[in-house]
Design a protein around this ligand. Structure first.
Ligand code: B12
Length: 208
């Protein structure tokens, strides 16, 4: 079985051994990550076609998360000079967190101090955590058309507390778009983890 198949089949028991064997055989962590992501894309297609329901998808998500945990210390990130402090979370109502965790990992790898505050996070918590951790950037993730509006509520909550201008905001996740970022008037949208790093580096450069 390949690593990609292990993600597709949600094979939590074997994914670790498969990854360790592949690493021993000289496969790069980046290549393994690519395989896992392409496996997750197939899961997405199966979910759309109703070949997979929540339980199967959840198993794949667990397998993916376990794989990410193994790869985290091994990925060879390009170190950036522009370090900053980032609070990131999935907005209220949204329990999808694999992509957001991947973004957090990449940012950490690029030298940012990342506070990953979890999923299904109420707007007020973003405000409190941004204050508590003295964030430069607040990252919002939403995967569903039903939760994307939660991003707006987060921005409004910052406005309510007079803190809208204190932080830079970035958004991402399957439901987010460049247009929506413009509509919210935030600093940027990132379609994947690598773009998120570039975005945060740009924001920190502009801040200096
Ligand atoms: C795995 C999954 C689940 C798992 C989540 C497990 C977990 N811990 O995350 C479970 C089974 C729990 C789940 C549940 C549900 N899901 Co679901 N799920 C998915 C699936 C198949 C894959 C998502 C994923 O992990 N992708 C892999 C990662 C690596 O990619 P990613 O998340 O897109 O992240 C990348 C970018 O988006 C970006 N990014 C992400 N966040 C951020 C943040 C910032 C700041 C930046 C810059 C970038 C960024 O960078 C990431 C890395 O490159 C998607 C299908 C899809 N096409 O996305 C559906 C999908 C998101 N789910 C969907 C639905 C409908 C549901 C449920 C309502 C199903 C149900 N009937 O119960 C529930 C809702 C739960 C809830 N309240 O949130 C729909 C949403 C439809 C819509 N348009 O609203 C989708 C699109 C499937 C579909 N086509 O129908 N789901």
């Amino acid at each position: 079985m390949s690593i990609k198949e292990a993600v597709i089949n949600g094979d939590i028991d074997n994914i670790e051994t498969l990854i360790r064997n592949s690493l021993d055989n000289g496969l790069k962590p980046e290549e393994i990550l690519r395989e896992m992501i392409s496996g997750m894309e197939i899961v997405g297609e199966k979910f759309e076609k109703k070949e997979y329901y929540v339980p199967e998808t959840l198993l794949s998500a667990y397998a993916m998360q376990r794989g990410l945990d193994i790869l985290k210390p091994l990925l060879d990130y390009e170190k950036s000079e522009a370090t900053g402090r980032i609070v990131i979370g999935s907005v209220e109502g949204d329990v999808h967190d694999i992509g957001k965790n991947l973004v957090a990992m990449f940012l950490e790898g690029a030298g940012f101090k990342v506070y990953n505050i979890g999923r299904d996070i109420p707007a007020i918590d973003f405000v409190e955590k941004a204050k508590e951790f003295r964030a430069d950037i607040v990252g919002l993730s939403a995967m569903m058309t039903t939760t994307i509006e939660g991003m707006k509520r987060v921005i409004e909550e910052f406005e309510k507390h007079g803190l809208r201008e204190k932080y830079a905001f970035i958004i991402g996740g399957a439901a987010a778009t460049e247009e929506y970022a413009k509509e919210l008037g935030v600093q940027g949208y990132g379609s994947d983890a690598r773009k998120a790093v570039l975005l945060c580096e740009r924001i920190m450069r502009e801040k200096k």
